[in-house]
Design a protein around this ligand. Structure first.
Ligand SMILES: C[S@@+](CC[C@H](N)C(=O)[O-])C[C@H]1O[C@@H](n2cnc3c(N)ncnc32)[C@H](O)[C@@H]1O
Length: 190
């Protein structure tokens, strides 16, 4: 069923393909792949974030938000692991857009679009999605896991397959390749 709506974005169409040239300063990205999403995801989801207020729920060091700041109207992130704050401060990165705390206590910030890769636990994700207002877009970054497929309060809008290449910013983690393809799903809360 999902396979019918699929957009394919290849590296040749991407702004973020020349990682070596693009990210040479100390502020972006703070984390290496795969501790964050591939930065090429910004190109893949561009039609959905352009001119919008985007919130990354569980944003770690905020690398993905930082990379989309020129495309969006506004960015805001929520993160509760203070070790990321220390990492950001230690290199002097500019991440004022991050709200530090547990989103279950703070609530979900106002936004048009929510970027979500927070946990592999389906029920954890369900609790978060229940907190988001209707008609908001939710970007499921968890690729092949299809965590949200049985949620009755979501409508699937698009399935995007995109290529990534993080060869120049790769921290070895078993099972995660520095190059490849991923799936991102766009849902609307109903
Ligand atoms: C897999 S990382 C995703 C990082 C980023 N969104 C990306 O795509 O590159 C998930 C993050 O969610 C954070 N997180 C999990 N539960 C949270 C909660 N209840 N409140 C705030 N942050 C949370 C974790 O600390 C972790 O940094």
């Amino acid at each position: 069923m999902w396979g019918k709506i699929i957009t394919i974005v290849s590296l040749k169409d991407m702004k973020y393909k020349n990682m070596k040239n693009k990210f040479t300063n100390k502020t972006n990205p703070v984390l290496k792949f795969p501790w964050r999403s591939p930065l090429q995801i910004i190109d893949a989801i561009k039609p959905y974030i352009e001119g919008k207020v985007v919130c990354d729920l569980g944003c770690a060091c905020g690398d993905i938000l930082y990379a989309m700041k020129d495309v969006t109207k506004e960015i805001v992130g929520v993160e509760f692991d203070i070790r990321f704050k220390e990492q950001i401060n230690s290199i002097g990165a500019d991440r004022d857009f991050i709200l530090w705390g547990d989103l279950f206590k703070m609530g979900v910030p106002k936004a048009d679009v929510y970027f979500l890769w927070i946990s592999p636990d389906v029920q954890y994700n369900k609790r978060i999605i229940d907190m988001i207002q209707t008609n908001k877009l939710i970007i499921d970054v968890t690729s092949r896991l299809e965590l949200f497929k049985d949620f009755k309060n979501l409508t699937l809008m698009d399935v995007i397959e995109y290529e990534y290449d993080e060869t120049n910013c790769y921290g070895y983690v078993k099972g995660f390749e520095p190059t490849g393809k991923r799936i991102v799903r766009i849902y609307k809360k109903i």
